[in-house]
Write a new protein. Structure first.
Length: 176
């Protein structure tokens, strides 16, 4: 859903109507999208080596509370600007297509917000536990953050990364 809405905004709103890109909603939409992806993929990269700092873990599961409404509001505003502006001059059916997409935001973005809230955990209880609001007796386990090489006592981060990769692979670097 997220990819579809971004493709729609870029190719059906921003590209055919470049005059709308001067809007502050265009900037806020791009900032919300960018920050979301930087946080998400930094988290995923560090998670691969079990070195996610606590602040990034918290940010990964909390930033959407601000970024999601900013992004959605900006997307809807950009579509409305196109709808009530230059869209009627493109093709006769174009405004109807924009209205259909806007109507799809109602159930689609609600479900996307629920998915974001639940995240990888698959449970709202785990999500609240991660935010520091324990709703489960084993909340401490849900908040446990993997430790990186510095906390494991290794002096060389490269050696730690190679050893970590070898643990997860049948191919050993020293065999090559």
């Amino acid at each position: 859903m997220q990819v579809a809405s971004r493709l729609f905004l870029m190719w059906a709103v921003c590209w055919p109507f470049p005059e709308l890109n001067a809007s502050p909603f265009y900037s806020s939409m791009l900032v919300a999208w960018s920050l979301t992806e930087v946080i998400r993929y930094t988290y995923f990269a560090l998670k691969q080596v079990e070195a996610v700092p606590g602040w990034l873990h918290w940010t990964r599961y909390s930033a959407f509370l601000v970024l999601y409404p900013v992004g959605i509001s900006s997307e809807v505003a950009m579509t409305l600007f196109a709808l009530f502006g230059p869209a009627s001059g493109l093709w006769e059916w174009y405004p109807y297509g924009l209205v259909l997409v806007l109507l799809s935001y109602i159930p689609g973005e609600y479900l996307e917000g629920i998915r974001e809230a639940i995240g990888e955990s698959g449970s709202l209880i785990t999500w609240f536990n991660r935010l520091g609001y324990p709703l489960h007796p084993h909340a401490e386990a849900a908040q446990e953050v993997p430790r990186g090489w510095q906390q494991q006592g290794e002096e060389d981060p490269i050696k730690w990364l190679v050893d970590r990769a070898e643990q997860n692979s049948t191919l050993r670097f020293r065999d090559v």
